[in-house]
Design a protein around this ligand. Structure first.
Ligand code: F6R
Length: 611
């Protein structure tokens, strides 16, 4: 949510910063801008729309001029998404440029303070006010570092910022509170970024700034200290991901590539974690010995969006496999609800990015209440990874498409492993444990089979692409899958869709069913098969258009359906990893056939780092 990039080095900053900014476009893409230093002047260029608009508007000579630049791609919080409100912002005298990710909550009070000092501000956005405040203090102290410190002491809210001043174009200052900010270090340059992926082509040596830290970057050195000026000795981390993992590799969209990657990503999630000789899972990152795990009587799973749906599925899995009580809650609700945490409660926060503001806040709430909090995340070195008491990486590789796909199946794989781990301590026999392990190992090949349905799914997508509504039905473990399928469709195709437990349909949504309503049902042959058939008959009786995801040899549902998609059969606990994939592809093709921007749907951002 908003992407920041900064460069200070010996090369031309603009091409480097623009290339990096494009890699952050998934974080927000309603406007963008860049600030550079050229011939004693601070120059700021901004445009509404995507980054290519900015690129085309930049005068060619500027491309090679500056060795310093800060840039921003925006997801509007305050003020319309237009050129005026785009970042960077500058102070009154146009000495200082600032880019910001986060929300300055007390910007109105800050504006009043400035007005008391005759420094009139007309801006609409919180960031603009901060630029003016920094400018105000700069004029008093004549030190950018002092000015940034003094300003941030007044700020309430969240920020990741990068700032420079035209009086010293060999210095850049960055600070963080609540919004991710990473310093990249190479032999001849420093980089700032909201996400390591943006700078991996230049360096894999990074420092994750912590909350309330300031980094002062000069041409040949950098210093990190707290807001109160206590020096910090930072740890330099080495990122193992390859830069090539963020290319489309011949796919039309990142989302499609990421759906197809699931044969590999699911394997990465369980690789090295299956403990065959004990028929269980090994999750060393939890930092908990078996006797600690044994004491756990209740799990709380906290997340947002797609990650929340994987947690819902986790509840079905873990309760069934381990007979362990599991509560699932939206992180945004949990954080303000004063939740009850007992001594035997273990909390998991689940987040692809590891940076979602609500999930971080829920993590802090649980930690403050004394809970042990684990993270399940894809974000290597993300805030959740660093601030949790332990956890499990899903190792899905960079997920760039705004609609989450491969992260979902990897999260579910990890939650399955948790079910196995706790289950083996609480009743699953070694024979059953081995059965689970064998079935899990077959999943990647079964995903491969499902991906062969891609062309057929596109044909089905063509049949529903002009619908205005869709209903997704599932029972038991497939209810969360229905929710996830509906979310995928609505977020990228803008068709209203609802996920429902199939049996609940008769308590309301059945009123919506007519010959125009596509009903997408997940109905593999499992214990509730006969029950879901009755629910689907209710759809057919009302002339609903039935599209079903079924398992092999199911003539009965085939006869009722306008179209079927047949997925391989596995153990019921693993079946959702297979049934969700046709739904991801369906949403993808509907959106693509509607000629929509699949990877960057309107109003959305990948990593929601504001509340
Ligand atoms: C949906 C989607 C979002 C995210 C949600 C949480 O496709 O991507 O709903 O799942 O914003 O994000 P993370 O998992 O990064 O915390």
């Amino acid at each position: 949510m908003c992407g920041i990039v900064g460069y200070l080095g010996r090369n031309s900053a603009v091409p480097i910063v623009l290339a990096a900014l494009k890699k952050l476009e998934y974080r927000g893409y309603d406007s963008s801008g860049i600030a550079i230093y050229n011939q004693d002047e601070l120059k700021i260029y901004k445009e509404a729309g995507k980054i290519f608009e900015l690129e085309s508007a930049l005068p060619k000579p500027e491309l090679t001029m500056s060795n310093i630049a800060i840039a921003h791609t925006r997801w509007a919080t305050h003020g319309e998404p237009n050129k005026k409100n785009a970042h960077p912002h500058h102070d009154k005298l146009k000495n200082i440029a600032l880019v910001h990710n986060g929300i300055i909550e007390n910007y109105k009070q800050l504006r009043d303070i400035l007005c008391d000092h005759d420094d009139q501000v007309e801006g609409e956005t919180d960031t603009e006010i901060l630029a003016h405040v920094i400018g105000y203090f700069y004029n008093k102290h004549h030190s950018l570092e002092e000015a940034v410190r003094a300003s941030l002491h007044l700020v309430e809210g969240t920020y990741g910022i990068a700032v420079f001043c035209k009086d010293n174009p060999k210095q850049m200052i960055a600070a963080r509170k609540g919004s991710p900010l990473i310093l990249g270090v190479s032999k001849d340059a420093y980089f700032l970024t909201s996400d390591v992926n943006a700078i991996l082509t230049h360096t894999n040596k990074v420092i994750y700034l912590n909350d309330n830290e300031i980094a002062v970057l000069n041409e040949d050195n950098y210093l990190i200290s707290t807001l109160d000026n206590v020096p910090v000795d930072p740890e330099i981390a080495t990122i193992e991901w390859e830069a090539s993992s963020i290319e489309k590799n011949g796919f039309k969209h990142f989302m499609l590539k990421e759906i197809f990657e699931q044969t590999t990503t699911v394997r990465h999630a369980f690789r090295g974690r299956l403990y065959d000789s004990m028929a269980t899972a090994r999750l060393g990152g939890l930092n908990m010995v078996p006797s600690d795990l044994r004491k756990v009587k209740r799990l709380q799973l906290l997340a947002c969006g797609t990650s929340y749906y994987s947690c819902l599925l986790g509840k079905y899995l873990i309760e069934r496999m381990a007979r362990l009580h599991v509560e699932v809650e939206y992180a945004s609700e949990y954080r303000y609800r004063n939740p009850i945490i007992e001594d035997d409660t273990l909390v998991f926060v689940v987040s692809q990015s590891g940076e979602t503001a609500d999930t971080l806040a829920a993590m802090k709430e649980a930690s403050a209440k004394g809970a042990r909090v684990m993270g399940i995340t894809n974000g290597i070195g993300s805030t959740i990874a660093r601030e949790s008491d332990g956890g499990v990486y899903i190792y899905a590789g960079a997920e760039i498409g705004v609609a989450s796909t491969k992260a979902f199946t990897s999260q579910v794989t990890i939650l399955f492993l948790l079910g196995l781990l706790f289950g083996r301590m609480r009743g699953i026999s070694p024979v059953q444990g081995i059965e689970y392990i064998k079935a899990l190992r077959k999943i990647p090949a079964q995903i491969e089979e499902i991906l062969k349905l891609n062309d057929k799914i596109r044909e089905i997508a063509a049949k529903i692409k002009d619908s205005t509504n869709a209903l997704y039905l599932g029972r038991d473990l497939h209810f969360p899958v229905a929710l996830e399928g509906a979310l995928k469709l609505k977020e990228i195709s803008y068709i209203h869709a609802e996920g429902y437990p199939a049996a609940e349909m008769k308590h309301g949504p059945i009123a919506l069913i007519d010959e125009n309503m596509p009903v997408i049902a997940i109905a593999p042959k499992d214990v509730l098969y006969d029950k879901i058939i009755s629910n689907l008959q209710e759809v057919v009786a009302r002339k609903g258009r039935l599209f079903t995801i079924i398992t092999e040899h199911d003539e009965q549902i085939e006869a009722m359906s306008e179209e079927v998609l047949i997925v391989p059969k596995t153990l019921s606990e693993l079946q959702p990893i297979l049934t969700v994939i046709p739904l991801q592809l369906l949403a993808y093709h509907v959106a693509d056939l509607r000629e929509l921007d699949v990877d960057q749907p309107r109003n959305l951002a990948k990593s929601v780092t504001v509340e």
